[in-house]
Design a protein around this ligand. Structure first.
Ligand code: PGA
Length: 242
């Protein structure tokens, strides 16, 4: 695990995008999972700019969705897919056939999980996996207690996630379950990046990096993933011993 601390959100986003761009330049047909949520929005902005300025060609990349709220459709306000469409897939006009995403409205959610596990399996694992962190230490919708060996599955959301998750929705929305990639996908990806910014994430980052690693803090998996990179801004890193 490596930890990089950047001055502010802007430089953190730029540096994270640079890691992704360098990887894609080496492997143009990368299988990539980029988290939805607010943390990576600055990275998306940088990547969209880089692609438009032809600094990197993503035409051969394939994208996998990280997670989705069960019962929320892809065009519905607050969905992970809608955010990805708005800030990444549509600005870059990525063809639908190069995007694999969970259908969280499906009557057969296990089939949805199996489908995404197969896409990742056929490709021998993800190349790049960029994730944020919840204030309870979750990665994607892998809540505290999830096995480090997990692959895509349906997860029961933690109470904290149900409350914090309201920030993505215009009106109060009942959230109970999620469908998500697993923690094994993170440990097996070639370039796993955990990104956090802002003072709201400082307490959990201290716990992740300086507490006892274990499945009660999903993001602490970074300790057992030698190739993982933790990208922080100063605010998220403020409680760390340095
Ligand atoms: P955020 O969400 O990027 O919107 O802070 C992170 C998460 O809960 O995983």
């Amino acid at each position: 695990m490596k930890i990089h601390i950047h001055r502010d959100y802007r430089s953190l986003s730029r540096a994270t995008a640079d890691l992704i761009v360098s990887y894609i330049i080496e492997k143009p047909n990368s299988l990539i999972c980029l988290a939805s949520g607010h943390t990576p929005l600055g990275v998306f902005e940088c990547l969209v700019k880089d692609v438009k300025e032809k600094k990197v060609d993503i035409s051969q990349c394939v994208f996998v969705g990280l997670d989705e709220w069960v019962g929320i459709g892809p065009k519905q306000d607050g969905s992970c897919r809608l955010l990805m469409d708005q800030f990444f897939f549509e600005p870059l006009m990525i063809p639908a056939k190069q995007i694999h995403f969970f259908d969280a409205l499906s009557n057969d959610l296990q089939h949805e999980a199996d489908k995404i596990n197969s896409v990742i399996g056929w490709n021998g694992g993800l190349d790049i996996m960029l994730v944020g962190i919840g204030t309870n230490g979750h990665i994607a919708m892998n809540e505290p207690g999830t096995s480090f060996e997990s692959i895509a599955h349906i997860s029961e959301l933690a109470d904290e996630t149900k409350v914090v998750g309201q920030k993505y929705f215009k009106s109060s929305t009942e959230l109970k379950y999620g469908i998500t990639l697993g923690l094994k996908h993170f440990s097996e990806s070639k370039l796993p990046i955990l990104m956090a910014n802002g003072s709201k994430k400082s307490a959990i980052m201290k716990r992740v990096l300086e507490g006892k690693p274990g499945e009660d803090v999903p993001a602490s998996i970074v300790h057992q993933v030698p190739q993982s990179i933790v990208m922080l801004d100063e605010e998220a890193a403020i409680e760390l011993k340095r």
